[in-house]
Design a binder for this molecule. Structure first.
Ligand SMILES: N[C@@H](CCC(=O)N[C@@H](CS)C(=O)NCC(=O)O)C(=O)O
Length: 243
């Protein structure tokens, strides 16, 4: 083994090969940020990983070391045998594809439907949730309330669409076997309740019974509870988050 591989991912890949392809994922995050859902997926998969919590207020996301992992200096970022991956949606899908079990596989007839709703969740529900939580980022402080109100109403419209799909109980979105999509939706339901820009704009999971059933099932899964605890969360952290 070449010593020039240093201590980085290349050396880890070589070491993993040397010990029989057991790779220790490394998840970079901040407590209770979007890395939470990746943490839950890693626990559900039962693969070896280490969670690294960065000190965001101290500027740890904008250091050269972290910018080398994530070009925008955000979390999550996941060190994998194939290099570092960023973007929550990409990481979850990569893990599901690599290890199986948390989403329909590429050749599964249900893959297309799953992907449609998964991408909808990632690019629409996730983005609107961020606008509800941080509306000042969109148009400054003066317009923050208006942006948050717009996000609130669009989110409710789209959650109703997602609710109708969840009520059909497809194999890839059921309370008994939530997969990456159920975990993702559960985290977003936490966010829109706990972190909305103003209390009157908070969205309650209880308003969406099929989605609520998924989140309620997720928050009692042992693997999910382990990841939640590592992020400082307990109780009904998805369906009735404490703020
Ligand atoms: N689209 C990205 C968004 C990542 C993102 O905004 N992460 C937030 C935490 S939820 C973050 O790192 N915030 C720190 C900052 O804005 O400096 C993803 O899904 O990974």
């Amino acid at each position: 083994m070449s010593l020039s591989a240093g201590q980085g991912p290349l050396r880890q890949r070589m070491l993993a090969k040397a010990i029989g392809d057991v790779f220790m994922y490394r998840l970079y995050g901040v407590e209770d940020f979007a890395n939470l859902v990746v943490h839950m997926a890693l626990e559900e998969l039962g693969v070896p990983y280490e969670a690294v919590f960065l000190d965001e207020p101290a500027g740890a996301l904008k250091t050269p070391a972290h910018l080398a992992r994530h070009p925008l200096g955000l979390v999550p970022a996941l060190e994998t045998p194939d290099g570092v991956i960023f973007e929550t949606g990409a990481i979850l899908l990569w893990l599901a594809d690599r290890h199986g079990g948390l989403a329909p596989a590429a050749a599964d007839p249900q893959r297309g439907a799953f992907l449609s709703w998964y991408v909808f969740t990632n690019n629409s529900l996730h983005t609107l949730s961020m606008d509800l939580i941080h509306p000042y980022r969109v148009a400054g402080d003066a317009l923050a309330r208006a942006v948050a109100e717009g996000a609130h109403s669009r989110l409710n419209e789209r959650l109703m669409v997602m609710e109708a799909q969840a009520a059909r109980r497809p194999d890839w979105l059921r309370p008994e076997a939530p997969g990456v999509l159920g975990l993702y939706l559960s985290m977003l339901l936490r966010w829109v309740k706990a972190f909305a820009y103003a209390p009157d704009l908070a969205i309650s999971a209880q308003d969406y019974p099929a989605l609520h059933a998924i989140a309620a099932a997720c928050e009692t899964r042992p693997a999910v509870m382990r990841a939640a605890a590592a992020n400082g969360l307990s109780g009904r952290f998805f369906t009735a988050p404490e703020v």
